[in-house]
Design a protein around this ligand. Structure first.
Ligand code: AMP
Ligand code: MG
Length: 217
């Protein structure tokens, strides 16, 4: 039986203790509930893939609490930094080259030399990352193929016994996954449409975003 607890200083410390021990903690974000673990611990990441039944070739998004943490993990172009300054914290994931100082394990990135990063807007998610002090990978807290959870109770129904603790931050605002944009090539590429609307991004970029299909073709 996995406990559902409200987010408070005491439960954040307890959650961070589970994370340091290689455990899994469900946390609210402004998109959906995430299943979080220490991004730097390959054993914890394997446990996470297994709890979800998610194939290991599907890379995870690393969640950061501030720009210092982000810049340690990834190489930001001026344009990527501008977009982060405008839309973070928020439901936008940036795919960037991995920095030499990066700490996120290979397995979390599915062996790629790029990394997907996001700074969540939900204060509970940021509080957990700050308390833990390092990036957390956090795909949606559901078994692969099931609906993404927007309440702590949904997480429990899908992952009871497979997650060490569920932090309850109330229902998620959006229930839609983050928008993903790659800044790895010469032009930004929209990898996944999501909670941050494409026109807002295009206005900030001053150009239309090419979709993945166009970039490939
Ligand atoms: P989610 O399914 O919401 O956990 O989001 C994970 C998705 O982010 C993956 O399925 C990929 O589409 C994308 N992603 C994560 N890391 C990378 C990466 N390094 N390069 C490209 N896409 C990535
Ligand atoms: Mg999902």
């Amino acid at each position: 039986m996995t406990a559902i607890v409200p987010i408070q200083p005491g439960t954040l410390s307890l959650a961070a203790m589970h994370l340091r021990g290689g455990g899994l903690v469900a946390m609210p974000t402004e998109t959906v509930y995430g299943l979080a673990c220490n991004a730097a611990n390959p054993d914890a990441v394997v446990r996470l893939y297994e709890a979800k039944g998610r194939p290991r070739f599907n890379p995870l998004i690393a969640h950061v609490a501030n720009m210092e943490m982000a810049e340690q993990e990834a190489v930001f172009s001026d344009q990527a930094r501008e977009i982060a300054a405008k839309f973070w914290p928020g439901p936008l994931t940036l795919v960037l080259p991995v920095a030499k100082t990066g700490t996120v394990s290979d397995i979390a990135r599915a062996g790629l030399d790029t990394i997907a990063l996001r700074m969540p807007a939900h204060p509970g998610a940021r509080a957990l990352i700050e308390t833990f002090g390092k990036p957390l990978v956090a795909p949606s807290a559901n078994r692969s193929g099931h609906v993404s959870p927007t309440t702590a109770q949904h997480v429990k129904e899908d992952l009871d016994g497979k997650v060490d603790l569920i932090l309850d931050g109330g229902p998620c605002e959006r229930g839609i996954e983050s928008t993903i944009v790659s800044f790895v090539g010469e032009r930004p590429v929209l990898l996944r449409a999501g909670a941050l609307e494409t026109p807002a991004l295009e206005a900030a970029l001053g150009a239309s975003l090419i979709a993945r299909e166009e970039a490939d073709g």
